[in-house]
Design a protein around this ligand. Structure first.
Ligand code: S3P
Length: 165
């Protein structure tokens, strides 16, 4: 059994996933981390050398492999970009969309200096909005639970998830 967290960059997939895994005494599987281990370089370097399409293919393979994983799965923000991934997520019983207002997402991404994101770091808010807007409906239709994280503390978000799953 696993729970899959989806949502835009900065939505809290990694942080909430870690806290949720701790609470449930289970493991967290972080897609970005798994992919970095597989490709042997940073995601930013991979995007620069091989492009986003190639990254998306790796992401799809990792999603398919995640069927056998127990625990909490923190996906990357672009997981909903491929049709086959949307179908996979729609057929999964526990997919949670962590959503937040764009201003808050941008604020969190800008604050996160450790994580260089090719689709957000050193981009303007208008450029990030262009990536964000077409994804909203994809996140919504790929999830069976939506949690708004805009103004909530991580601990409260985790409690809300535990109350609802
Ligand atoms: C991406 C989000 C990133 C990472 C890559 C692409 C996206 O993950 O997978 O930079 O397309 O939204 P996070 O959502 O964990 O930042």
């Amino acid at each position: 059994m696993n729970i899959i967290l989806i949502g835009f960059m900065g939505a809290g997939k990694t942080t909430i996933g870690r806290l949720l895994a701790e609470k449930l005494h289970t493991e967290q599987h972080d897609f970005d981390k798994i992919i970095v281990e597989q490709i042997g370089m940073s995601i930013a370097d991979y995007f620069a050398s091989y492009g986003s399409e190639s990254f998306r293919e790796i992401e799809t393979k990792v999603l398919e492999q995640s069927l056998t994983l127990d625990g909490i799965i923190s996906t990357g923000g672009g997981i909903v970009m491929k049709k086959e991934n949307q179908h996979f997520l729609q057929g999964h019983p526990n997919v949670i969309y962590l959503k937040a207002d764009l201003d808050e997402l941008v604020h969190r991404v800008v604050l996160d200096k450790r994580n260089v994101r090719p689709l957000a770091s050193s981009k303007s808010i208008d450029e990030i909005r262009e990536v964000y807007l077409p994804r909203i409906s994809l996140y919504e239709k790929s999830a069976n639970l939506v949690i708004d994280t805009t103004t909530k503390k991580p601990e409260d978000i985790v409690q809300e998830i535990l109350d609802k799953v």
